[in-house]
Design a binder for this molecule. Structure first.
Ligand SMILES: O=C(O)CCC(=O)C(=O)O
Ligand SMILES: [Fe+2]
Length: 552
């Protein structure tokens, strides 16, 4: 998916391009690990890699032309990079032999003052002007807390209770009947082997590739009360949207959910709706029309990832909201080998001098579901980090128990241990964010929607806002759920404004439409961005009430 890969994979490609002269063979998992250790600081991560590769002299070999001078020039324009001395550490002790082993970088060096813009903030923050602009952000250096503010170590959240306490997610163990989970695992592994792709996109002058394989599915039986024509139109539109899962690459018509996925989806929908009914909702969240029997949440697409071994990863990102809209709920099923799902909160601009972000690690066993509730995409980034070792997953039944393949072999009777993790994210693409409504940039390409995670737009507008709204913003950020649970059920539009009161408790999250052409257009785009305006764009349940010209 375009969104999910842009952030950290952008960093990976940038760091790789810097160290490439000296470390042409460096693996993306090692680069990623260096970036994680160095908190997203490109230069520090590059130096760290070079240091770990026992290269003592940082600099360019004489006479060798740098391949990406444009990018380098851009990186260095802000501040020249001084040479840094980094401490070299030892490799960790050898891993046990019954697990997969990949090369593991040593712990992070002591942090150094930054001299190169942090690419995460540069790439994600538009300029402070609210009009469309292609100017890069004026301030790329984030304020940092004084050294007296403690850095909180990563916290492992092994239980559903701890996940709910610290994050806006819920964890559901053994969500599917064991046989169904096992069968779905086999089905997805076979599909992945049959041709799932690594996402590819342009980064400046270089084509980069995701460190895992992926696929996108559209649900055939949407179960809504639309007629066949309506359903057909909706399917066609989401098919068009599918290419954005592949970073804007035009794609074939995505396949329908396989039967096992459909069966799993029904169970997952029940769990998601039960959970959503316990939570209050945001004004900008989706509400089904009051005259339909539709549940609060109904998956109409699914994206799947296959990670083979501990080296395959997905970098820090929040999911692109182009079709999900604000405050989406995403249900993420894990099958196969247990991997760690990491969440890290994004510190808003107004708190950046007061606290550090914290990483939360959730081990996800086979057949577990993480529901990323509203605010997860707005307040946190998530990743599947590389692991030096993974546990082997042993399916409970052999393939032959399911007659999955038409050609039977003796192998089908054996239970093969696996180092593969399959992830399926069930998603609801909103009717009021359907592709025909996506604004286009000057390149003529649909833009992508991203949340203003750092609240830079709100911070800018602070002076013109009423104090109650500020309280609401903070309230929604604190605590695990990111909002108050009032135990009310339902939450159809008839409750009219009651879901978050008069809006005072709703964080004033802003969203930006940004040019996305660069991902496929050899790294070139127009850089256009603009703030999304639900009202002016006719989106959301309030606009739906206003009449026929609205989007639904
Ligand atoms: O594999 C996972 O659990 C996360 C995948 C993910 O974040 C994504 O596909 O957007
Ligand atoms: Fe994601």
């Amino acid at each position: 998916m375009a969104d999910s890969l842009a952030d950290t994979d952008t960093l990976i490609a940038l760091v790789s391009s810097i160290v490439n002269d000296r470390l042409p063979q460096v693996e993306s998992s090692s680069v990623l690990e260096a970036i994680l250790h160095c908190d997203g600081d490109v230069e520090l991560a590059a130096n760290y890699l070079l240091q770990n590769a026992s290269i003592t002299h940082v600099g360019r070999p004489k006479g060798k032309k740098r391949a990406h001078s444009g990018l380098d020039a851009w990186l260095q324009r802000d501040a020249p990079s001084p040479k840094r001395k980094l401490v070299s550490r030892k490799e960790p002790s050898p891993e046990p032999t019954d697990v997969l082993v990949t090369r593991h970088l040593s712990p992070a060096p002591p942090r150094q003052p930054r001299s190169v813009p942090n690419l995460l903030s540069v790439l994600q923050q538009p300029s402070t002007s609210s009009s469309p602009s292609k100017k890069p952000p004026s301030s790329s250096r984030k304020p940092k807390p004084p050294s007296s503010v403690p850095r909180l170590p990563p916290l492992t959240l092994p239980s559903p209770a701890m996940v709910a306490q610290h994050t806006p997610c819920t964890l559901h163990i053994s969500i599917l009947p064991p046989e169904l989970a096992c069968k779905l695992f086999y089905t997805m592994v076979d599909l992945a082997r049959g041709g799932w792709k690594r996402n590819k996109w342009w980064l400046f002058e270089r084509m980069v590739e995701s460190p895992h394989r992926t696929a996108f599915f559209v649900r055939k039986d949407l179960g809504s009360n639309q007629d066949d024509k309506g359903k057909g139109r909706e399917r066609a539109e989401w098919t068009e949207a599918a290419q954005y899962w592949y970073n804007g690459t035009p794609t074939d018509i995505p396949p329908a959910f396989p039967p096992e996925m459909e069966e799993a989806c029904h169970i997952i929908e029940r769990a998601v709706n039960a959970e959503m009914r316990k939570r209050t909702r945001f004004d900008m969240e989706w509400r089904p029309p009051s005259d339909t029997p539709e549940p609060l949440w109904q998956a109409n697409v699914a994206a799947s990832n296959c990670y083979e071994g501990g080296k395959e990863t997905v970098g820090w990102h929040s999911d692109q909201l182009t079709y999900l809209g604000p405050y989406p709920t995403i249900a993420s099923l894990s099958l196969g080998t247990r991997r760690t799902f990491s969440l890290r909160d994004v510190v808003p601009a107004e708190e950046q001098e007061k606290r550090h972000a914290r990483t939360y690690n959730i081990p996800l066993p086979h057949n577990s579901l993480v529901i990323m509730h509203a605010t997860t995409q707005e307040r946190f980034k998530h990743s599947i980090p590389p692991q030096s070792a993974v546990d082997i997953y042993k399916p409970i039944l052999p393939r032959s128990a399911f007659s999955i393949s038409s050609v039977k072999s003796e192998e089908d009777d054996k239970i093969e241990p696996s180092n593969i993790r399959i992830n399926i994210t069930f998603r609801f693409y909103r009717p009021d964010f359907r592709p025909q409504s996506t604004p286009r940039c000057k390149c003529g390409i649909p833009m992508i929607l991203r949340p203003d995670m750092k609240n830079t737009t709100v911070a800018r507008e602070k002076s013109s806002r009423k104090p109650a709204s500020l309280t609401g913003t903070r309230k929604a950020r604190s605590g695990g759920t990111g909002r108050e649970v009032d135990g009310r059920g339902g939450g159809s539009e008839e409750e009219d404004g009651g879901i978050n009161g008069d809006g005072d408790e709703e964080p004033e999250m802003k969203y930006w439409w940004t040019c996305y052409a660069y991902a496929q257009n050899e790294g070139k785009g127009c850089g256009l961005w603009k703030v999304m305006d639900m009202h002016a764009e006719g989106r959301g349940w309030k606009e739906r009430k206003k009449g026929p010209e609205s989007l639904e």
